[in-house]
Design a protein. Structure first.
Length: 367
């Protein structure tokens, strides 16, 4: 795939988003609220070696940290050499107490195929002895060890989590190139426009592929038809500052969201968190199948080819394996160069779900 940023590298056929895209990012969809997933807790520090600016985020998962970094106009940090490694560790490793530091390296799309969220080539690594080892089978995100650890400052691959096994926080390190980050991301609170339905009966703890089958057989177009009758559905509810679920943590639970895009997109990237499992559909096509029975970070996943100019549908089936349940969902998009501006309707001109009796009018743009 080509655009004004050149050819994007491919992982499982999905191009990843370059740092350059952050300067023209528009938040098409975010369940929850307007605020960033994790807020900076440090001031911005300029690295004299490359002129880039860095800040430390509060404790969060890797996915939530990357979402926050994009909203701030950058990505989680790319480490290109030993000098940048030392700069990050020395400035943030002991900030407000010892902590592990998320950086932008991950293999969440293809096991063992590590890539930077900035899209840059992996030319330098600083793995601790024996790492990365994918020890629990889903260790896909990279962090620097904290001061005092036997492998301090070196890298380990970790699961989707915000605290390490002894309770120390993971904080994301944001990197911004001032020459390539002069358009702040646009975000919009979408919680009141997502609809949800929990069919009768609580099947919490059962595999996601074995629950809800009666409902889906009776309503085969729930995940593919924007005009599907949602008159019995309810508005989704916030369960944390960033996440939604149904009225109760019972499962399975279904979500739908219809929105319109009025210009072709050059790039659209999905980032999500789910506790515990989810099947995510875009315009009837399954793009994510997460059925591991535990909290998971999803993406960054390129979904450009699934979105179309005009009306689009995101539909999600989620299942709780037990205990608290939550779902966070974010899509960042960039219009094609020919569009010349960021006048995407997206959520800024959101189309409400169709209900029996007609479609609600599009809301005016807030962007």
């Amino acid at each position: 795939m080509h655009n004004q940023y050149g050819q994007l590298p491919k992982i499982r056929g999905l191009p990843i988003v370059h740092r350059s895209l952050a300067r023209a990012v528009l938040l098409l969809g975010g369940i929850g609220h307007v605020a960033v997933a994790a807020a900076p807790i440090s001031g911005w520090v300029t690295n004299p070696g490359n002129g880039h600016q860095y800040a430390l985020l509060d404790a969060s998962s890797w996915v939530d940290a990357e979402v926050a970094a994009i909203r701030l106009g950058g990505h989680l940090a790319t480490v290109r050499n030993q000098a940048e490694q030392d700069f990050i560790y020395q400035n943030f490793g002991s900030f407000a107490g010892p902590r592990l530091l998320w950086i932008g390296l991950h293999d969440n799309l293809a096991e063992g195929q590590y890539q930077w969220t900035s899209g840059e080539t992996v030319a330098y690594t600083a793995w601790a002895a024996g790492e990365p080892n994918n020890g629990f089978g889903d260790e896909d995100f990279t962090a620097l060890y904290y001061p005092g650890h036997s492998q301090q400052s070196l890298w380990n691959d970790w699961q989707h989590r915000s605290l390490d096994p002894i309770g120390l926080p993971f904080g994301g390190v944001v990197e911004i190139d001032p020459a390539d980050s002069n358009v702040p991301p646009f975000s919009l609170d979408a919680n009141s426009d997502w609809l949800t339905l929990t069919p009768a009966g609580d099947q919490t703890g059962q595999p996601i592929h074995s629950v809800g089958l009666a409902y889906e057989a009776a309503h085969p177009n729930w995940n593919s038809d924007p005009a599907f009758d949602t008159s019995t559905w309810q508005q989704a509810q916030l369960v944390t500052a960033e996440d939604i679920w149904g009225a109760t943590p019972a499962g399975p639970v279904y979500f739908r969201h219809v929105f319109s895009v009025d210009q072709p997109l050059s790039d659209a990237t999905l980032l999500a968190t789910v506790d515990d499992d989810a099947l995510i559909y875009i315009n009837g096509q399954l793009v994510v199948s997460d059925a591991n029975g535990r909290a998971t970070g999803i993406g960054p996943l390129d979904i450009t080819s699934y979105l179309t100019t005009g009306e689009n549908l995101i539909a999600i089936k989620a299942q709780n394996a037990g205990g608290p349940a939550s779902l966070g969902f974010h899509v960042f998009a960039v219009p094609e160069p020919s569009s010349g501006c960021l006048a995407l309707i997206g959520l800024a001109g959101l189309l409400a779900e169709r209900r029996r009796g007609g479609r609600a009018a599009a809301r005016p743009s807030h962007g």
